[in-house]
Design a protein around this ligand. Structure first.
Ligand code: ATP
Ligand code: MG
Length: 254
């Protein structure tokens, strides 16, 4: 059943886009795709997005370019999908995976067989031919409690670069400790995930994933050394500070 809100928002409402997204996550919660705490995580994200003016900043664009270069340089790129990601950008994730020839793997914080099935269906309906993350006997990432530690043999376990939007800090830290490069999308520049990741894009997932796919297409023809130059010239901690500065300055911005 569609949330009532998604039909009732007048398009000229100043918070139209934001309210539409809110209705989308509520619908996903009702459909069993999203856990209740996924709604709370979304609300935290909304607050940071408000401070960004709900736009992709030039600071985030630099992180998106670096993320694209990092993913193009990967031997085994994997996109880790949780409930929020499935609820908001399932089709866009399938497009990105296609552009990168990356695997898609489900990893849920509040994992139940029903929710895994629901998320898998969303991704399949969005066009994914293969969805990892529901194997009977997965590998495990050291330093995490099961079921968060689950890692598909052909997916996260083997990956050298993992794109993990809206990740929890513990898992981001464990992936990095296990030698993986972590690319994340997190509106909170102060979260552990944001600080731990190799590349953090401080922007809303719904804006990031389509622009990341476009950036992958744009950089695809570049040789390896040019891509490496992009990643070498990026300082994630500085990018986080710049994002925070933008948020702090939001009151005086038009
Ligand atoms: P950490 O565990 O990394 O310290 P946290 O505990 O503060 O983070 P979590 O609930 O683990 O937060 O993760 C949710 C994160 O996702 C929040 O930082 C929130 O700002 C961010 N977020 C929520 N919705 C979006 C969105 N649509 N796009 C990008 N980021 C989002
Ligand atoms: Mg957390």
């Amino acid at each position: 059943m569609k949330s009532k809100d998604s039909h009732d928002i007048p398009p000229d409402h100043p918070r139209y886009e934001s309210l539409k997204l809110r209705a989308k996550v509520v619908d996903a919660y009702k459909a069993g795709i999203l856990a209740d705490s996924g709604l709370i995580a979304h609300g935290r994200g909304e607050a940071f997005d408000y401070l960004l003016g709900e736009k992709t900043s030039t600071v985030a664009k630099k992180a998106i370019e670096t993320a694209a270069a990092t993913l193009l340089l990967a031997e085994h790129p994997v996109i880790s999908v949780n409930g929020n990601t499935a609820a908001l950008v399932s089709e866009e994730i399938v497009d990105l995976a296609g552009a990168l020839d990356a695997k898609i793997e489900i990893n849920l914080f509040y994992r139940t067989p029903e929710r895994v099935r629901a998320v898998k269906k969303v991704l399949r309906d969005a066009g994914a031919l293969e969805v990892l993350g529901s194997e009977e006997n997965p590998e495990h990432i050291k330093g995490l409690d099961s079921p968060r530690s689950r890692a598909s043999r052909e997916g996260v376990y083997k990956a050298d670069v993992v794109l993990v939007p809206l990740e929890d800090g513990d898992r981001a830290e464990a992936l990095v400790s296990n030698g993986k490069k972590v690319v994340t999308v997190d509106l909170n520049p102060l979260s552990r995930t944001a600080k731990t990741a190799t590349v953090t894009i401080v922007d809303n997932l719904v804006r990031v994933i389509p622009s990341l796919t476009r950036e992958v297409e744009r950089l695809r023809g570049m040789d390896k050394s040019a891509l490496q130059d992009i990643t070498r010239n990026f300082d994630n901690q500085q990018n986080l500070k710049d994002s925070l500065k933008l948020m702090i300055g939001s009151y005086s911005r038009k």
